[in-house]
Write a protein that binds this ligand. Sequence first.
Ligand code: HEM
Length: 408
Amino acid sequence: MTDQPVPASELYTDEFAANPYPSFARLRADAPVCPVSSPRFDQYLITRYDDARAALVDPRLSKDLYGPEQYYLKIFGPNSEALNRNMLNADPPEHTRLRRMISQAFAPRRIEALRPRVAQIVDDLLDKIVPRGESDLMRDFAIPLPMIVISELLGIPPADHDRVLDWTQVIRTSGSSRRSPQEERAAVQEAQLRLHHYLAGLVAAKREQPADDIVSALIDACDQEGKLSEAELVTTTFLLLFAGHQTTADFLGNAVVALLTHPDQLDLLRDRPELLPSAVEELLRFDGPLPVASPRIATEDLEYQGRRIPAGSLVGVVINAANHDPGHFVDPDRLDLRRVRGPHLGFGYGVHYCLGVSLARMEARIGIGALLRRLPGLRLGVPVDELRRLPAASPFRGLLELPVTFTA
Ligand code: HEM
């Protein structure tokens, strides 16, 4: 087992961006708790399933980035508080208070009521794609679907969707342009500033004219009961907006690629659409959009797999490595839509378990089902190894473009 940090140049290669699973397998077998220096920040990676699950509920691993130690500086940089000081970066009891404010809105019953509208958005998007015979499914489907859904839930007016999307895409695709790292950072900061300004304005507008949406409901809770500060209104809205669309978008893209490169499984799902719920879980296990859970901080010296993680270290739980652990999943690198043994960690575990899980599942089931029904002869428009992906060191696993063709 290595004591030396794995250098970024060894792990975050182009091959890794295309297929990180062989590297994850090596780490799982030889260095299941391993310091890695990444272009973003150094952290210990945990790659085995049992350790990952234990770490996600370990109270000695804090998520409070905005405490006195100011860990956020390493991860998000200065001035990040205005958007990122939200429940995902907090510990109980702060986390509990912030999550409780919003959990009702994402309860399964509430989400079920959105089903007809989600189906309508899917159909509207596909109506535009179907006659063309080809598409970039990221641009035309995977990104707009969750973006429209979460924007409508939050109450972002349709006229603003495009510019909000532009700003969130600068954040999502950071590191993938030919710009220098400095220019890249400046572009992200600019997008964050604009997004913050926009969301603060949205909150002000909703306070003037409340409507039936989540931002208005949060304002009500804030004004009536003082349970949420003005700043928290904005950070919560940002988290819902960002978490609510970019993971789902990347997941839809990854899922389509997995199906198109496993024709037997694609045929199976076409023949048996009732498998969609288990298929979505398996696709998420197979190639999820959040390879590493957001960083945790060791509040004391810890030991995992006999290896010391010193107090103050950042710790990354590698969800996509844990989800391919042969100690937990039989033949883990095989896509098997009928797989029943689980559960996978694709939506996390513990108190930060994905708040939007019901919505994500609904969008994925309706979206993938409709794609297969309405795009006969669907195939990749370029060889799989030529797909343009987010960079290896991105916190997200997803595609920049997904060119496909089908029978118009
Ligand atoms: C396929 C799509 C999605 C995936 C794979 C996913 C995955 C995750 C994961 C792994 C976490 C835990 C992160 C951690 O512990 O570090 C998380 C948290 C979260 N997700 Fe999702 N998510 C998805 C869609 C959504 C949607 C549609 C929403 C809607 C708003 C959402 C909202 C959130 C929020 C608010 C949190 C933070 C919860 C907390 O800190 O208590 N997610 N998600």
